[in-house]
Design a protein around this ligand. Structure first.
Ligand code: WTA
Length: 640
């Protein structure tokens, strides 16, 4: 069992310990896990030099993460509920799986995967809605040493195909369809379209969920229920190396296609459990609900791995916050007596806009801790969440972290760290943040603002980007020698608390989802009438940032001009998915470029923000006239 920090003094003491002796600190924590063979060294690392980054935790340790979820806890937790599944339609029955039941299902499906020929090290793509089988599939992969690569089921066929091909997955696991509010999404149809472009795929496993008609490809497709029919629930876990890959998860960056962030077994395991238990101060009997989708890292670490390693009861919610009505979250908290609730600021803002009655009508007295993740939370939303949802009694943990960090990095400890609205506060033990200026010079002391980097490894950090190690170095370790670059700007206030300001690169945080501007531009440029485009973020009341696209088209007729915007949105929907559709599109005749042909995004951002009065130095522009035209057009775009 990992011990929880219980006071602020203890936090400071542990923090000091973790910096003075990281090996002793993490080694002690990992003692509580089940190992087939203990490690030789706690950490071996290098952020620079040939082949960097080279980071290994619990070197030569042997284990299986599912044994740490199941076998390690089984005596204690066999009959305790592991997963509560809340369906899209609240009138449908809830499913509760105990640790014993979940374990059997994981072992049985693991045997099914083995029967199909899935081997240790194979990459299995999972494209499922938020159903218990999603957790079962990922744990079954981990059980047999296969690498899961979960793709959020809102991504398009093209985006899915890109990810399946990058990881050369041989199996895709999906369902006939998935529900989101009143909509049903034909997931199998999307998989069929994707897999047509994926030569590595041998089998598609299909879960029956919505019971809609599907196209069944004999020889390739296998029904989930057929695969496990008559299959044993006995399974011995594959013994993995500490540094064997546990999963790949694709995420957007400032350039190029999404990269496959690689997390390995032991470090991720220790970090997910440690952070879950401490940040949320989980105690036996608590009911934890993280509203994220498992298709994102938040769901990986704080719906599945963190809670299940801790032996917690975790909720999986299939639906959306506004269906059947805007009280769904609050109704569900009351229904399952949720004690810790973890969601995104964008959801808080959207629900805040629906009026207080939706919240006040429900009994939320079970709540002890509230959390936020994914984007900066504005003070107004923080205060509303605190007063109305938490009744002024529940601490809010504003947790800063990333797909690459594997788990929470900077955050209050619930009820222990004094909070301030919209500040992520202090680093967890083991996390060594540093702020630097654009030249990489450390900004020492308090009351400074700069680029947020991390100067020492932590167990949950990414090890590489799948299939392209140099890209990992280039993206995260090349800007400043021996520092991990987060891509975020941050301020350290007079008290030493961190406030995350937001991305300093060409990544936009839209409703807490990371969207690369280059990716959206690539998608827009697929439209046959588009010559060039530039995408920036702009402040959006609900989404945090909206997507603003400036697009140059070939000559358009009046009729084409009327439809082009929707066509561009549809093109983005086709190549990425609905989450990346531009909120504003402005057709322009030119873009502000320097004489060397570089688009000056700074200017487009300013115009997008509605702050065109102070554009800074525009003297290097090739054609300054184009800026006035864009400013005029923006007035129209902003009104839309
Ligand atoms: C942003 C999500 C402010 C940040 C776990 C980061 C935040 C990106 C916070 C990672 C927070 C995440 N306050 N900003 N509490 N949490 N972010 O990879 O810009 O989807 O770099 O991981 O979200 O997004 P990702």
């Amino acid at each position: 069992m990992i011990n929880k920090i219980t006071s602020l003094a203890e936090y400071f003491q542990k923090y000091q310990e973790s910096v003075a002796d990281p090996e002793g600190f993490w080694g002690k924590i990992a003692e509580s896990h089940h190992w087939h063979k203990k490690w030789d060294r706690v950490v071996d690392w290098r952020f620079s030099g040939p082949g960097a980054p080279d980071v290994k935790w619990f070197v030569n340790g042997k284990l299986n993460i599912t044994e740490n979820i199941f076998e390690r806890n089984m005596f204690l937790r066999k009959n305790q509920v592991a997963i509560i599944w809340e369906p899209n339609d609240p009138k449908e029955p809830v499913i509760k799986l105990t640790y014993g039941e979940l374990f059997d299902k994981v072992k049985q499906f693991a045997n099914g995967l083995l029967k199909l020929g899935v081997k240790r090290g194979d990459r299995v793509a999972i494209y499922l809605p938020m159903v218990p089988e999603l957790a079962i599939a990922m744990l079954a992969c981990a059980r047999i040493g296969a690498i899961h690569s979960i793709v959020f089921a809102g991504f398009s066929a093209t985006a899915l195909a890109d990810r399946v091909n990058d990881a050369t997955s041989n199996v895709v696991i999906t369902s006939d369809g998935g529900y989101r509010g009143t909509k049903s999404i034909p997931l199998k149809g999307i998989v069929d379209e994707a897999v047509a472009k994926c030569p590595s795929v041998k089998n598609v496993i299909v879960l029956k969920h919505t019971n809609e008609e599907i196209n069944f490809v004999n020889g390739r497709d296998v029904w989930w229920h057929d695969l496990i029919n008559g299959v044993s629930t006995e399974n011995i876990a594959e013994v993995m190396d500490a540094e064997d890959i546990l999963f790949i998860l694709y995420t957007s960056g400032s350039t190029g296609k999404p990269k496959g962030v690689v997390h390995t077994t032991a470090g991720y395991m220790v970090y997910a459990e440690y952070t879950f238990k401490n940040v949320f101060q989980y105690s036996d009997g608590d009911i934890f609900w993280c509203t994220a989708d498992i298709g994102w890292v938040t769901g990986h670490s704080y719906i599945v791995y963190g809670p299940l390693l801790t032996g917690a009861t975790t909720i999986m919610f299939e639906g959306v916050p506004t269906w059947p009505d805007a009280g769904r979250f609050w109704e569900t908290i009351d229904k399952h007596k949720v004690t810790q609730f973890y969601t995104a600021p964008t959801a808080i803002r959207a629900l805040m806009a629906q009026g207080d009655n939706w919240v006040s009508n429900h009994n939320l007295s079970s709540l002890k801790v509230l959390g936020t993740v994914g984007e900066p939370i504005n003070e107004e939303a923080w205060r509303w969440y605190h007063a109305l949802v938490g009744k002024g009694k529940c601490p809010i943990v504003d947790t800063w972290w990333q797909t690459e960090t594997g788990g929470i990095m900077i955050t209050p400890l619930a009820g222990i760290t004094p909070t301030k609205p919209s500040l992520a506060t202090l680093p967890l033990p083991g996390v060594q943040p540093i702020l630097v200026d654009p030249e990489g010079k450390e900004l020492k002391g308090n009351g400074v603002e700069g680029i947020l980097c991390i100067k020492f490894p932590w167990p949950g950090m990414l090890r590489t980007t799948y299939g392209d190690h140099p890209r990992c170095f280039q993206t995260y370790f090349s800007a400043f020698p021996n520092l991990y670059l987060t891509g975020d700007g941050a301020k350290r206030d007079e008290e030493g608390y961190y406030r995350i300001i937001g991305r300093i690169d060409d990544v936009i945080n839209v409703s807490g989802h990371r969207i690369g501007t280059a990716e959206v531009e690539d998608a827009i440029n697929q439209h046959p009438k588009v010559i060039e485009s530039a995408v920036v973020g702009y402040p959006h009341d609900i989404k945090g940032s909206g997507i603003y696209a400036y697009v140059i088209c070939e000559d358009l007729t009046d009729a084409e001009l009327k439809t082009i915007e929707n066509e561009i949105r549809e093109t983005v929907n086709k190549f990425i998915g609905a989450i990346a559709k531009p909120d504003k599109i402005q057709i322009v005749s030119g873009l502000p470029k320097t004489r060397s042909g570089k688009i000056m995004r700074r200017i487009l951002r300013k115009i997008g923000e509605g702050d065109a009065t102070n554009l800074g130095d525009t003297s290097t522009l090739l054609d300054p006239g184009v800026v006035d035209e864009i400013i005029d057009g923006a007035k129209v775009a902003v009104k839309r």
